[in-house]
Design a protein around this ligand. Sequence first.
Ligand code: 6PG
Length: 476
Amino acid sequence: MSQAEIGLIGLGVMGSNLALNIAEKGNKIAVFNRTVEATRKFYSEAGELKGQIVPCETIEEFVAAIRPPRPIIIMIKAGEAVDQQMEILKPYLSKGDIMIDAGNANFRDTMRRFDALKGSDLTFIGMGVSGGEEGARHGPSIMVGGTEESYRRVEKVLTSIAAKYENDPCVAWLGENGAGHFVKTIHNGIEYADMQMIAEIYGILRDGLKMSAAEIGEVFGTWNKGRLNSYLIEITEKVLKAADPLTGKPIVDLILDKAGQKGTGKWSVIEAQNMGIPATGIEAAVAARSISSMKEEREAAEKILGLPPVGEFTVADRQAFIEDLENALLAAKIGAYAQGFAVMSAASKEFGWNLPMPTIAKIWRAGCIIRSQFLDEITTAFTKAPDVANLIVTPAFAAMVKETDGALRRVVSAAVLGGLPVPALASALGYFDSYRRGRGTANVIQAQRDFFGAHGFDRVDGADSHHGPWGSGLNA
Ligand code: 6PG
């Protein structure tokens, strides 16, 4: 029997689906799970794909079933379990074998794992996989970090299983060591911002315009046919229109308003802050999830403070306001994506990756959670200007910002006056307004810093005088 082209450890939902996808695309795959029952169950349910799958019950058997140099995908819970799995595998591997972590790892762990294998016979790939269960089964977006040579060994298999955008496979080698997992982290950070901004718009429609879930679903459905067309808008329509089988009520009205988070959003913010890059859309989204989880505290505060006067939420022309909401969402989305790409571009320099911005936008066009038409426009903008300082100053996006930021301003104003929280939408407005203003207000900050700490400042006229006239009693 010919050997398997690739191996996979971890037959949870994501691992099983990825393995079936690999098998279905004509690649022979060896699979292994810590508990033998899961392997047996997986194989027994593999149907006509059984011929492409080698179920293995021991690590020895598993390793022997794969053609060297062996690429082995590890699809288990991120964190220490990955290190443990790698230690278990190592004694059985030989020259050139590649351990591939396909979970949502912190890229710093990926760098550490990659470095630990440097100089040994083995190598490591950190591979971001986006698209959830469906994506894993039928075509995810795949972000690869590791040596280029190790990528070449798995390129054929990965290309066969990746989502396709107009025949372009959504997979790429993005750079050494942690590049793939870093890009996946920022993908998730942007996903957080996208989701939060959608939730804020939903809040305006629900609490401001007093629309029902089904009516709001209809609005999202219409938007999905326009410039906002994307997977997240599409599923929002579906979510809002779904009925609860137990009560017949809209399910969304019955879901507790406490959002979970596993860490990738927070990591995006931490890394952005470490590099001094504003990622206010992602920051607002992470903070909003945190405040959402303080349900009991919020309920207690509502009793003490009361709600702001939402009754004052008035719009002159409802239809025009809904059009404003669509444009506001687009504008805010541009801000969040611009920030995400700016973080990646800073990280590229910081970690020496040479991240290809047009390629990243390209492989996010299909398969992943943030897939959209919009990413095709980002691909075009970065292809024309790969080294541009910020997406929003490319001609196409500058035009879009100018066209939509008025709507964002009106929407944020209405929400603020109506007491509806819109931290992510407002963050985009604040970002645009600060970024586009040549003369800001940090001169006061510099003066204050110099006043209390003699930190010095530079002058607009370039004169060689770096301290203010605050001495002689002024500082008393
Ligand atoms: C994807 C998703 C996926 C997962 C996140 C959700 O790209 O397929 O982002 O990675 O759904 O882990 O993250 P939170 O649990 O933090 O929302």
